[in-house]
Design a protein around this ligand. Structure first.
Ligand SMILES: Cc1cc2nc3c(=O)[nH]c(=O)nc-3n(C[C@H](O)[C@H](O)[C@H](O)COP(=O)(O)OP(=O)(O)OC[C@H]3O[C@@H](n4cnc5c(N)ncnc54)[C@H](O)[C@@H]3O)c2cc1C
Length: 339
């Protein structure tokens, strides 16, 4: 352990990049503390993003027998009445399993974990505020910001996490709707649209852009849209969303020109912002951009303050679990092999 500091490395956030950096630094013989504000480690990847969405998809495909419908016909079902409870059961088992693996990995590599929200006091000291309000201060020779992102929740969208959801909250839904409006035809919106469609839920996707998934080959997208339409997904593309209102307990999306789309539930996927707003970045000499993201050297992952690194979704594109992990590993390696 460095003499001047409590830890060689403090990692803020236990998602893929934070966890991989912590383990890499520990393998280099360094003392590491991971600060995680949620009560379980794993980050968005384990609790709201990658693993929950893939688990929901697999559960739906298995319970509906969707993959066999080409052979047995469109009415083929493995389980006739699928409930939100059926989806939650497998989800909670899978997530428990993942958290267990991570906790074990941290313990095996003697990475310490402290639960609470971290904020900078200066460029080496972090104050940790636990859920009960208790605070403590730790110092680190190097610091890694791996706080990820949160869904963008505009003030004029009446989120209640029961009928109108963002992509983090939808994972915890209590009931399955008969119809779903998905606002945003990006990867998250399209992924959930296909999951709900497989449950025979009527899905309408709204996006102001004329096209979906702008970064994918157009021929592939055309084929995908053809299949989705064939499966009953409705598209309202090139139509600006004016507002979302609740009417008689149902969400209504009001589009430019007055067209109204009504559903039982609404999923709003309007992008994600870096979770830097509570880090008190000014105390360590850093500033985030308008979407809460941090700028780093693309090779070393150092911020403008050289002993502070940032990795994962908080630095922006490509915002994937796999790339976040590799960024974390490279940042930790750089921190302790380049002076
Ligand atoms: C619906 C959805 C589906 C996805 N599907 C895929 C996929 O199929 N494949 C793929 O590769 N990626 C996918 N992703 C992206 C993937 O989840 C992210 O790229 C990845 O989680 C980013 O990891 P991260 O290290 O930035 O941290 P995150 O996983 O974002 O975790 C950050 C952690 O930091 C903690 N934290 C934040 N602020 C503080 C603070 N001040 N103090 C202490 N702790 C703090 C948070 O509580 C959180 O646990 C998906 C994302 C979503 C939302």
């Amino acid at each position: 352990m460095s003499k001047a500091y409590d830890f060689d490395l403090i990692v803020i956030g236990s998602g893929p990049s934070g966890r991989r950096a912590a383990v890499q630094a520990a393998k280099l013989g360094r003392s590491v503390l991971v600060i995680e504000e949620q009560h379980r480690v794993g980050g968005v990847s384990v609790h709201e993003g990658t693993i929950p969405s893939k688990t929901l998809r697999e559960t739906v495909l298995n319970l509906t027998g969707w993959r066999e419908r080409g052979f047995y016909g469109q009415s083929y079902r493995v389980k006739s009445e699928i409930t939100a409870n059926d989806l939650r059961m497998r989800l909670s088992k899978t997530l428990d399993f993942e958290v267990d693996i991570l906790e074990h990995q941290f313990a095996r590599n003697t990475v310490r974990v402290q639960h609470g929200r971290g904020r900078f006091l200066d460029s080496h000291r972090i104050e940790i505020e636990a859920k009960d309000g208790a605070t403590s201060v730790v110092s680190g020779e190097k610091i890694l910001i791996a706080v990820g992102t949160r869904p963008h929740r505009p003030n004029d969208v009446p989120f209640d996490d029961k009928i109108i959801f963002d992509s983090d909250a939808i994972v915890h839904l209590d009931e399955l709707p008969r119809s779903l409006i998905v606002v945003g035809a990006g990867v998250i919106g399209i992924e959930y649209a296909t999951i709900f469609n497989a449950l025979d839920i009527r899905v309408t996707i709204i996006d102001a852009r004329e096209d979906i998934l702008g970064f994918i080959d157009r021929e592939v997208v055309a084929e995908l849209m053809h299949w989705l339409r064939d499966l009953g997904v409705h598209f309202r593309l090139g139509m600006k969303l004016e507002s979302i209102q609740m009417e008689a307990g149902q969400p209504v999306a009001i589009l430019e020109g007055g067209r109204r789309v009504r559903g039982d539930m609404l999923l709003y996927t309007g992008g994600r912002s870096g979770a830097t707003d509570t880090l008190n970045l000014s105390a360590c000499g850093l500033e985030a951009d308008a979407r809460g993201r941090l700028k780093v050297d693309p090779q070393t992952f150092q911020t403008d303050v050289p002993h502070i690194y940032a990795t994962g979704d908080v630095i922006g594109f490509p915002s994937l679990a796999s790339t976040s992990m590799e960024q974390g590993r490279l940042a930790a390696y750089h921190a302790f092999t380049h002076g």
